[in-house]
Design a protein around this ligand. Sequence first.
Ligand code: ZN
Ligand code: ZN
Length: 83
Amino acid sequence: MTCHPFTLGDGTTGFVCSRGSGKKQPRRFCVVCLKDGRRTDASLLCDHPTPGGGTCDAGLCVVHTNRVRVGVDWCPAHEDLNQ
Ligand SMILES: [Zn+2]
Ligand SMILES: [Zn+2]
């Protein structure tokens, strides 16, 4: 899912996520499975913020995601960074 962080005037922050806009997304594979030579469709994307204001967007399958909270998934690299 594509998520964008936002900040409201009162300091409230959050993410607004869009899905299924009708635009065909490029096919992504789970980055962890790819390391093992397996091509597993990524049903999730890493939501960890990047310095440029975007998100990591590393592809993740349901087995390899690190779910931080509902709707927020981190790839293993970012999970390691935050431990
Ligand atoms: Zn995987
Ligand atoms: Zn990541």
